[in-house]
Design a protein around this ligand. Structure first.
Ligand SMILES: [Fe+2]
Length: 431
């Protein structure tokens, strides 16, 4: 079904961006052609290497990585960090989640008839996992991949202090197909272009100097408004990396995560894409040829952005709208993980969940992103803490019946570690 047209005012967003540079058309066209050539080159390598293309490191080695390894992780925007938590602990958390759901069959989730993705935020297992010292250490390490570009750390910012963002978990059963998470980018849809602050994250791309784009520049992220329309399920905090902790074994074809493992290139392509249109039909064999694309800012189209919940969803790149990404081949499954291993992907990385799960075990993960101390994040965490103490969903998530009448949710006293308490905005000693 074709998407509904976007509001005519979106044309003005493009024109406003173009007006900032008298050579916009020439500069962007040059960048576009370069990005297409680089995509062609990198895609071939991604397809050839498959899951081995995704960097894997041991938690114990995080402080010993070479500059080359760190550069590799930063360019791919994705990393598997192994053995963050003991296998036995991770498995125990899975059992605890299962027991919680059994004791609370009214817990919201989907699919309705056999729930596997749960709108639950405050189970004891989740609270403990987020507050685990190694999870907080991983968060700090990931946050520190970002850097200050102005020479001075802005007030209220501390990349060495991790905060907690409460998200959900899934326990996916073998054999059940999953179409709910096609390739997408989290945290901001049209906001990437519409919000001046968010757009600043991509300034080098929009000036045509895409190779200079630094997805790890801290300052523009701090003021970026990722949720202009207050859509539910739209993260309003700055997560340096989204991530999950595996509480079961899982791997390729077993319902795991897939990524487009090049955040520099996917950002460049997705941000430039609305300024170009194809001159041949999407199914033409020549669609990838740069000669068949031309600069065009006369329409409100932002491919991959669509109306949703009184706001806008996306970006959802597709093979039709973003053909040069070769998503059918380049969306790469993260390698095998064991309970206690983690996977993290930069907040701009295109990711999806495998449709198939042909394994024999549940594929179970708790979503736990890396979140640094910033003024806006601290404000969110303060509001989130208030909801936690009430047993209600966190501010970014829909107010539902979740939390009402649930038995066995964590309470203040269940967060014991001082660092974990600080990360949740709780006073250091239990009230
Ligand atoms: Fe996502």
């Amino acid at each position: 079904m074709p998407a509904a047209p976007l509001p005519p005012r979106f044309t003005e967003i493009k024109r406003g961006i173009a007006a900032a540079n008298p050579n916009f058309e020439q500069d962007l066209t040059k960048a576009w052609n370069e990005v297409l050539a680089e995509l062609d080159r990198v895609s071939k390598t991604i397809v050839k290497e498959g899951s081995a293309y995704i960097p894997q490191v041991a938690f114990a080695d995080l402080d010993k990585l070479s500059e080359a390894q760190i550069a590799d992780i930063k360019r791919k925007g994705t990393v598997v960090i192994k053995d963050v938590v003991d296998d036995a602990q991770a498995r125990a958390w899975k059992s605890s989640l299962e027991e919680f759901v059994k004791a609370n069959p009214q817990s919201e989730g989907f699919p309705e008839e056999d729930k596997q993705f749960f709108h639950l935020y405050w189970t004891k297992a989740q609270i403990q996992a987020r507050a685990h010292p190694n999870m907080l250490a991983v968060s700090t390490w990931l946050n520190s991949l970002y850097h200050v570009t102005s020479g001075q750390v802005p007030d209220g910012v501390d990349l060495g202090t991790p905060l907690t963002y409460a998200d959900r978990f899934r326990i996916r059963h073998p054999g059940v197909p999953w179409a709910r998470h096609p390739p997408h980018v989290d945290g901001g849809a049209i906001e990437r272009w519409e919000d001046e602050n968010f757009r600043a994250c991509f300034a080098d791309i929009l000036s045509g100097d895409w190779m200079k784009h630094d997805p790890y520049a801290l300052e523009p992220r701090l003021e970026a408004r990722t949720s202009l329309y207050r859509r539910p399920n739209q993260s309003s905090v700055f997560r340096t990396f989204q991530g999950w902790l595996a509480v079961s074994k899982t791997g390729p074809h077993q319902g795991t995560l897939k990524v487009f493992p090049d955040v520099l290139l996917s950002n460049a392509y997705i941000i430039l894409r609305p300024f170009f249109r194809p001159l041949v039909p999407a199914d033409s064999k020549d669609i990838l040829d740069a000669k068949n694309w031309e600069f065009d800012i006369s329409t409100p189209e932002f491919p991959g952005i669509f109306e949703r919940d009184n706001g806008f969803g996306g970006p959802h790149p597709t093979t039709e709208l973003h053909p040069h990404m070769l998503l059918d081949e380049t969306m790469t499954s993260v390698p095998d993980v064991n309970p206690g291993d983690t996977v993290f992907w930069h907040c701009d990385v295109v990711h999806s969940v495998e449709q198939e799960h042909t394994g024999s075990e549940d594929s179970a993960v708790m979503y736990i992103p890396a979140v640094p101390m910033t003024p806006a994040n601290a404000r969110y965490v303060a509001r989130q803490k208030d909801e936690f103490l009430k047993g209600a969903p966190p501010p970014d998530f829909p107010v539902a019946t979740t939390g009402v009448g649930l038995v066995g949710l964590a309470t203040d006293g269940d967060v014991e570690e001082p660092l974990g308490r600080k990360a949740m905005g709780l006073p250091i000693s239990v009230a």
